[in-house]
Design a protein around this ligand. Structure first.
Ligand code: UD1
Length: 443
């Protein structure tokens, strides 16, 4: 088996140039933007394509860094990935030469771990890097590994790698998660589609991107169904076929632009935005005083009334879907800095997602980080330009929002992080009348 190969691997993703964004804030954003396909669906759909040797075709794929990295990882294991036109990807996994997902891939993108389930189930083995490295306790993957074991996989952990084998086919069975996990649900579901027998996943994540994946798997001939809001059942098949699919629009990008309208007292039309997928976020917007309405193919956001009637504070708690998405917690916090009164923020999903508020404070926000899960925001504050640094994707987009609302010029270092998950974010803001410039670091 592949264990004989050394750990050294030639996978060298193109280095990403460090970038700075320079934003002159204080302008009302107005106009229309198109919402891209969802990152968190596209990556899983591309992984699902490895479940068959036949060609799969995806449209509405966001042109983002994470998709590029996954493309490179797939090509390195011998999968053909064609990119015939912008936002279109075709994947054919006739055979995989070398079932190895290296540390370099995992370090760049935690979502590379989604390849565990499909590769193991289709090819019977895979060696995959632990994306959490040795930082146990911080974004671990234990639930994914336990789910694979529940389906009959043998998995050993050595030197930062999981060595996974399926003696014969994986076996369907109950997969019971002690807590809700989005990618854990997806990994188990992908593995179970080719397993022998019936699998019941409970509690299963309810995010719209999970349902998009179910829809695609059904087109591939998989027998998979959500039989209760938090239960997914799968009857394993011997083989699946190729299929075409258009990626569901990105609800997190949508929420980000809704907040952009809110903090600049603007009016924005979001073409192709998924109104039905915004869950609790819409209730928060209503409570704060940002008007969000749907038209046939778009969402209209109007925050111009905030010129006269101040935005209102609101207590928020992140939760698995349909609760407030943890990925929308950072944008929501920026909005709350512009609201009158005290807002309590409870980040219940992750323990490292409030740290970025320190950067927001450098722009004048009245923020107190109480502990890893709680913060208090007192507003309204006039944010001012500053030099800030982006540490991760969602916080990055939120610092852009803060800069758009702020008086003066903000320079945001580490801006390349944002391109991991947002297609042409600077161009989209320019269209809306923002003053935003993308510069190589050091210029
Ligand atoms: C996905 C999304 C991410 C989003 C998150 C929660 C992708 C690529 N990413 O991440 O944008 O913020 O859902 O909506 O889809 N956990 C464990 N062990 C595990 C797995 C998870 O303890 O094996 C914990 C996590 O640390 C976290 C919680 O479970 O506290 C939920 O995480 P999970 O839903 O798994 O997030 P991801 O699927 O990684």
């Amino acid at each position: 088996m592949a264990d004989a190969r050394p750990f050294h691997w030639e996978f060298k993703p193109e280095p990403v140039a460090r970038e700075v964004l320079r934003i002159e804030g204080g302008r009302r954003l107005e106009g229309s933007v198109s919402i891209s396909g969802a990152k968190n669906a596209a990556l899983k759909l591309m992984a699902a394509a490895t479940l068959t040797g036949e060609r799969c075709r995806f449209t509405n794929v966001p042109e983002i860094e994470d998709v590029r990295v996954l493309t490179e990882v797939l090509r390195d294991i011998g999968v053909t990935v064609d990119h015939p036109a912008p936002n279109v990807y075709e994947i054919a996994s006739g055979d995989a030469e070398w079932l190895f997902v290296p540390l370099e891939a995992a370090a760049k993108m935690r979502a590379s771990f989604i390849l565990l389930g499909p590769l193991l189930s289709r090819f019977g083995r895979v060696i995959i890097s632990n994306p959490g490295g040795d930082r146990i306790g911080r974004r671990p993957v234990n639930l994914h590994v336990d789910a694979m074991r529940a389906l009959g996989a043998e998995i050993e952990y050595r030197n930062g790698y999981y060595f996974a084998k399926a003696p014969g086919r994986l076996r369907g069975g109950p997969v019971n998660f002690p807590q809700i996990t989005v990618m854990g649900t997806e990994n188990a579901m992908l593995a179970a589609t080719l397993a022998d027998g019936h699998t019941v996943i409970e509690p299963a994540a309810q995010e719209p991107e999970v349902d998009d994946l179910i829809e695609f798997l059904q087109k591939m001939g998989a027998q998979v169904e959500r039989t209760a809001p938090n239960r997914i059942e799968i009857e394993g098949r011997r083989r699946l076929r190729g299929a075409d699919h258009s990626v569901v629009p990105d609800r997190i990008e949508t929420g980000t632009f809704i907040v952009a309208a809110g903090v600049t007292h603007g009016r924005i039309t979001l073409e192709g935005a998924p109104y039905d997928h915004l869950g609790t976020f819409l209730n928060v917007m209503a409570e704060v005083g940002v008007s969000v309405s749907r038209t046939k193919d778009a969402i209209e956001v109007d925050a111009t009334a905030a010129d006269i009637t101040p935005l209102r504070s609101c207590n928020v708690e992140t939760q698995p879907y349909p609760g407030l998405a943890t990925d929308l917690q950072p944008p929501t916090c920026v909005l709350l800095t512009q609201a009158t009164g005290v807002s309590h923020v409870h980040e219940s999903v992750f323990e490292d997602r409030l740290e970025w508020l320190g950067e927001l404070r450098r722009m004048g926000a009245g923020v107190e980080i109480v502990d890893q899960h709680h913060a208090i925001i007192e507003g309204p504050t006039r944010l001012h330009g500053a030099e800030v640094e982006i540490g991760d994707l969602r916080a990055g987009a939120s610092l852009i929002l803060a800069a758009l609302a702020a008086d003066g010029v903000t320079t945001i270092g580490g801006a390349h992080h944002v391109h991991r998950g947002y297609e042409k974010i600077d161009a989209k803001f320019l269209e809306l009348g923002a003053r935003i410039e993308r510069l190589a670091e050091g210029t």
